[in-house]
Write a protein that binds this ligand. Sequence first.
Ligand SMILES: Cc1ncc(COP(=O)(O)O)c(C=O)c1O
Length: 511
Amino acid sequence: MTDMTDRPPTRFSRPGHGWQQVGQQLMSAASTVAGRAPRAPLPVGAPDEVLAQVAAELGPQDLPAAGIGEQAALNRMAQIVHEYGLNLTHELCAAHLQPPPLSVAVAADALASATNASLDTYDSGPATLAIEEWTVQALARLAGLPATSGGVFGPGGSYSNLLAMLIARDQAGAKRGIDIRHDGVVALGDPVVLCSRVAHFSVQRACAALGLGESAVVTVDCDDEHRMVPSALSAVLDSLEEAGRTPIAVVATAGTTDFGTVDPLPLIADIAYERGLWLHVDAAYGFGALFSDRFAGLLSGIDRADSITLDLHKVGWQPAAASLLLLADTESFSSLDRSVAYLNPEDDLEAGFGGQLGLTLQTTRRPDVLKVATTLMAYGRNGLGEMLESCHELALHAQSRVASEPQFELVSEATLTTVVFRYLCDELDIDQVNAEVRRRLISSGTALIGRTQVRIAADGEPRTCLKLTLLNPETTADDIERLFDEIVRVALEVESEGLAPAALNVGVAHD
Ligand SMILES: Cc1ncc(COP(=O)(O)O)c(C=O)c1O
């Protein structure tokens, strides 16, 4: 029998037989940028200049009639993203929930692309179907979900939240004898989804996309630590019911985007249970706490969720996307089920040729799980837990530096890996100065830090704050010191130069 690899070379890559070739091509592309000086977190310069430089590198916006060849094209792209892209491995890169990915996960992701498997049917990728099932069950067990649980990987936390809201909506319909798939959402009356004031905005977007409207989302007050107040949830539910509206789900956040704080899950679970409401826990950021004995207690009560979003492209050190929606009862996926003649006809299903088409809105679905399973296998729970603990220590270090200097105000203490603070000054507008400091740090190539808006006084306007999201376990305490030295240096520079006219018009969105 002739092995495909024995065939003579062709003009094209060998689709489907290319793992070795992919490896060689990547090595070669990597060598074109190896040895270049370590870069800034983002390219130096103003955004319009940087984007114009990339456009110039690419040339006219016309499809070239003739290609330059595979390796040359790959080397060129490697060089462009190296020079003008984002460098998450930089120690002073601390803006978003976007970690430097583990190299083993990147390699496994390339493997996923090389297989080009899909998870919709058995014959589009049997191995990856079994790998997804193994991973889903391992993570469901870590969350303490029952044996009936199941899950599905998807292209991000926003999508997992959308799917959770779709399932909650359909289950609310099923309870009332309404099949939303056929009858539409109008039959559901005036549905409401409840979440805290600082829940992720994807909850609102999901409700809009599902035909419930953003106004279906009613937000509940938080305590001083940005956690939903259970008594406020009960009060809002009472008033909604009195007004004749139909609460269908409560979304608790385990790891708020800005603060990493966790809503009181056991009390919220009690309320949802008593009122027969779907409980979704958005643990996109916080799920990783379960990897560490030190932090797992923060998520106690998550085992009572009907659904959980978790993103391993946040605390999990995966390249995006590695998002999983877990359900406590796999039967709840039923409204997504489909039998399609060309994919999963009944007789094929009976013969065991089914896949996971019926768990999601996607048809072709790439095996994001491959990198996750590889990482879990490579590091185990303890390895990931250690990474989280290192990042938390960095956050504590940052917090103590903020607390030790009078020109800083600590706005939110570190729960997981984020610290929110602001620079204080007398002469200039504090919001504008903080926004300008961040922009200058980025454009000068010194550091990449985040920003957000926080209502510091309970009855006050939201104020512009700086935010560190520390997800690089290789960063050191000295790096954090250097970062703050830079923040102070740039802030003093802004104070002495004053705000340029452009800075006066940006970053002042008091909403
Ligand atoms: C709590 C929370 N939920 C959902 C999301 C959305 O995740 P993604 O960006 O993967 O869509 C985020 C993003 O930061 C988040 O922090």
